[in-house]
Write a protein that binds this ligand. Structure first.
Ligand code: ATP
Length: 236
């Protein structure tokens, strides 16, 4: 099986997340994408408006009905209270898979461009192949500049399909992995803007929740009164 790990806050999960997962399935011939809501994101420790249980429930609702999309508890809050590190999570997932399974890590362009700040960034890039989805406003032209020191692009990137590139990465010890760049889906949606729109009650604006959230997620947010101001403190 060809499986992609897709970690994130999903606070809330939106149509942009679903769109990039489905684009990755199509372009990379994946069998499955595992949506893994993160317990504590090291780079967003103070910024988690909804608790893990709500984010998990919303992701379950968002992916329901598409058998290629699954929810994973791999990045659930840790018993020791530590942050969830993608490197550790990918190692755990690799061990749980069959040897013949192929593992990918799916990330949006904005996340990939912060890679140098991630725990064990160099090892992370060689833990599996990466799939990067373009995101409006984030230029992937200087992808090479986002690579941790010691990792370089080897050879010339290959065009797999219009807008879809395969880049070979290498370090001095000859460790190698592939970086696949998907075309920009122009899904100009962000969870931050959705939370803001709900907070100020924007309906029909540029970030109208009806056009950017799955219907079941809207119902969940309404039923549980999420993002309306009272629960905006950090809750892992
Ligand atoms: P926030 O605005 O709270 O940062 P987000 O949707 O950007 O929310 P996450 O929920 O952590 O953040 O996103 C999970 C992954 O999905 C990340 O890798 C992010 O880059 C990617 N992603 C989110 N929205 C888009 C989008 N519209 N286009 C491409 N990638 C996206």
């Amino acid at each position: 099986m060809r499986i992609a790990f897709f970690g994130g806050s999903f606070d809330p999960p939106h149509c942009g997340h679903l769109a990039i997962a489905r684009a990755a399935i199509e372009h990379m011939a994946l069998d499955r994408v595992l949506f893994a809501p993160v317990g504590t994101q090291p780079l967003k420790r103070e910024l988690q408006p909804a608790g893990f249980a709500d984010r998990l429930a919303m992701v379950q609702l968002a992916v329901a009905g598409d058998p290629r999309l699954d929810v994973s508890m791999l990045d659930a809050p840790r018993a020791d209270g530590q942050s969830n590190y993608t490197l550790r999570t990918l190692h755990e997932l690799r061990q749980a898979l069959a040897p013949e399974d192929e593992l990918f890590c799916l990330v949006g362009a904005d996340s990939f461009l912060t890679l140098k700040q991630w725990h064990g960034a160099e090892d992370l890039l060689f833990a599996c192949d990466f799939v990067v989805a373009g995101r409006p406003g984030f230029l992937l032209n200087n992808l090479a500049a986002a690579l941790p020191e010691g990792v370089r692009v080897s050879g010339t990137p290959k065009l797999l399909a219009p807008g879809c590139l395969s880049v070979l990465l290498e370090n001095p010890s000859r460790r190698r992995s592939h970086l696949f760049v998907l075309p920009d889906l122009k899904e100009d949606i962000s969870a931050t803007e959705i939370r803001q729109a709900i907070l100020v009650g924007v309906e029909g604006g540029p970030c109208d929740e009806h056009s950017v959230l799955p219907a079941a997620v809207i119902t969940y947010i309404r039923t549980h009164g999420l993002y309306r101001g009272s629960g905006e403190e950090s809750r892992p």
